[in-house]
Design a protein around this ligand. Sequence first.
Ligand SMILES: Nc1ncnc2c1ncn2[C@@H]1O[C@H](COP(=O)(O)OP(=O)(O)OP(=O)(O)O)[C@@H](O)[C@H]1O
Length: 240
Amino acid sequence: MRDEIERPHELTPDLHTTLVSGQALTRDFQVGTQTVHALRGVSVGVQPGDRIALLGTSGSGKSTLLHLLGALDAPTSGSLSWPALGAPENLRPGLVSFVFQAQSLLAPLSALENVALPLILNGQDTRSALHEALEWLKRLDLGTLADQLPEELSGGQAQRVAVARALVTRPRLILADEPTGQLDSVTAQHLMDVLLSALPPNAALVLATHDPAVAARLNAVWHLRDGAVSLITRSARRTA
Ligand SMILES: Nc1ncnc2c1ncn2[C@@H]1O[C@H](COP(=O)(O)OP(=O)(O)OP(=O)(O)O)[C@@H](O)[C@H]1O
């Protein structure tokens, strides 16, 4: 149930706990002689426990905004900060994780090795990284698939492995870019079940989607239109 509607400028972020804050963000891309205005002045904040859907049509700027929030890209203008997380160079892998639409697993690595990789990149020894990765696979009901290569997994299984890989570092912020985009509606809802039940209550999720049924699973929706957040709706019932 959505009972409260806010304009973006009415948000009052708590600066001590804010995971990421973006003010007046723009992002232009130069394509030949044309300038594409992918974001046109977006101001948003993400707090611990938020489960936010980023809903908008193709080309509305969802991926561009996620990339900025995760410091994969920098804005053309505006300011970005991660008050509770620190400097952008310390965010990944660890504090901020991404789940992409599809085929983001490394093909030569098994499911288990894919999940362990962020821990190994963070300096953890391989043996304990593999042990923790297996615990996550089991938790997501994927223990029997640990030795499979990505090409041997179904689309839904591969996305659950990608969720395990995103959660293994115990991130504070998970940015998911249409993680259900290649899945049928039943498999998509199963992935949402897995993601929402495995997400630590204090972590935040921002998930881009075209699908209103997926957005309805979350407790706030940022409606993105032509590179601007046109509306923010919040659910009365917070799930975290
Ligand atoms: N690297 C880039 N170079 C040029 N233009 C880009 C680039 N990235 C994004 N754009 C353009 O910016 C606009 C917003 O793109 P973006 O991918 O953020 O939208 P989106 O809402 O995620 O779309 P979709 O739902 O199709 O993934 C589009 O017009 C896109 O073509």
